[in-house]
Write a protein that binds this ligand. Structure first.
Ligand code: F6R
Length: 365
């Protein structure tokens, strides 16, 4: 059932191009608007009225929510807050008439997310769920929903669910945009852009051997720092989470500009720094961050845009990813980080599919 892969996690990493195609099938077919999201068809009026969105989730799903925040704000211009489900519940959250709550959960059974969602409903919020497991508690109790349709995720470390959740947010943002503006000249291009993502992910997966060799060079380190900005800041958090949960290497993700406010004190020759340095608005700033790390003898792995030669001379290792609009780069930049975590963990002899102390769905609060 692992289709020839050594672990479910690796199988699921490799399934991502297909998983995203499954997610998009019937929803953005033929590159034409509207976006068809069946689970939302009965609440279009409510969606039109939404003035604020609160996303609740845990772990990797929370990271997907952070990418979703940037997407919804950029594409649909709706203010979004992303909360840890466990915190949301206990702080007497403010829910107004036009607040939409979105619960994000692969399993649909995470106790903290379920409890937060019930709390939101008690306060009168409409809840929209993004879930993978059909018929799960969160999916059943939500007022509306988007299923991922990506098949079961068995490896404890979430991989294909993350990319699918991010893609679902993108479709949702386009859907809202179209509900509000009927047509938008940018939309066909945006649909073409997401349709090209599965092929681009495949190109990165084809470079796995390169990433495995890199993992070998860093597998004995005890710490790692992940940096990214904008849409790639949540990806830095996600890369660090992947590494720590399966390889037990201490890792932290930061928005790159925050490095100088503290973490820079940690940098020496034993601190690998993984920097997402794709060609976008903050590229120049990120190059400065890389130089700051290098001048303190840190080792830099850069995730860069194909064709960027300038970065070669600055970083110790460069992994190239295909070019894409900034809002969609998380779907690409996360792939090398998943593979890096996977190979480092395997080389360290860890049980990647069932890391110690973790369960696939956390049904205790
Ligand atoms: C990380 C991981 C966990 C889950 C979290 C939420 O790889 O698997 O952090 O993302 O427990 O789970 P769901 O999405 O099922 O609510």
């Amino acid at each position: 059932e692992k289709s020839g892969f050594q672990h479910f996690m690796l199988k699921e990493i490799h399934e991502q191009p297909q998983a995203l195609q499954n997610l998009m099938r019937g929803r953005v077919d033929g590159g034409k608007a509207p976006i068809k999201l069946g689970g939302l068809s009965h609440c279009e009026k409510d969606l039109l009225a939404v003035k604020r969105i609160v996303v609740i989730a845990c772990g990797t799903s929370w990271h997907a929510g952070l990418v979703g925040e940037y997407m919804l704000e950029e594409l649909a211009r709706i203010p979004v807050e992303v909360e840890y489900a466990s915190e949301f519940r206990y702080r007497n959250p403010i829910i107004e008439k036009d607040t939409l709550v979105m619960a994000i959960s692969q399993s649909g059974e995470t106790a903290d997310t379920l409890a937060a969602m019930r709390e939101a409903k008690n306060k009168g919020a409409k809840v929209l769920a993004i879930c993978n497991v059909v018929g799960s508690s969160i999916a059943r109790e939500a007022d509306a929903g988007i299923y991922l349709h990506i098949g079961p995720e068995i490896g404890v470390a979430s991989t294909k669910a993350f990319t699918a959740q991010v893609a679902a947010f993108y479709l949702f943002a386009l859907h809202i945009l179209l509900l509000r503006h009927k047509t938008d000249p940018k939309v066909p291009e945006m649909i073409t852009a997401i349709n090209s993502i599965p092929g681009k992910i495949q190109k990165i997966l084809d470079r796995e051997e390169e990433i495995r060799e890199m993992a070998d060079a860093y597998k004995d380190k005890n710490h790692a720092l992940y940096l990214g900005r904008g849409f790639n800041y949540p990806v830095a958090l996600e890369g660090a989470l992947k590494l720590k949960e399966i390889s037990y290497i201490h890792a932290q993700g930061y928005p790159a500009a925050e490095m100088k406010h503290g973490p820079i004190a940690l940098i020496d020759e034993n601190m690998p720094v993984i920097v997402i340095a794709t060609k976008d608005a903050t590229y120049g700033k990120i190059l400065n961050n890389i130089e700051e790390v290098k001048s303190r003898k840190g080792r830099v792995i850069a995730i860069a845009t194909e064709g960027d030669e300038q970065i070669q001379g600055k970083a110790d290792h460069v992994v190239y990813i295909p070019d894409a609009p900034a809002v969609l780069t998380p779907l690409l930049s996360v792939i090398p980080l998943q593979l890096l975590a996977y190979h480092m963990a395997v080389m360290r002899g860890c049980n990647v599919d069932k890391p110690r102390n973790l369960a696939k769905s956390v049904t205790v609060e």
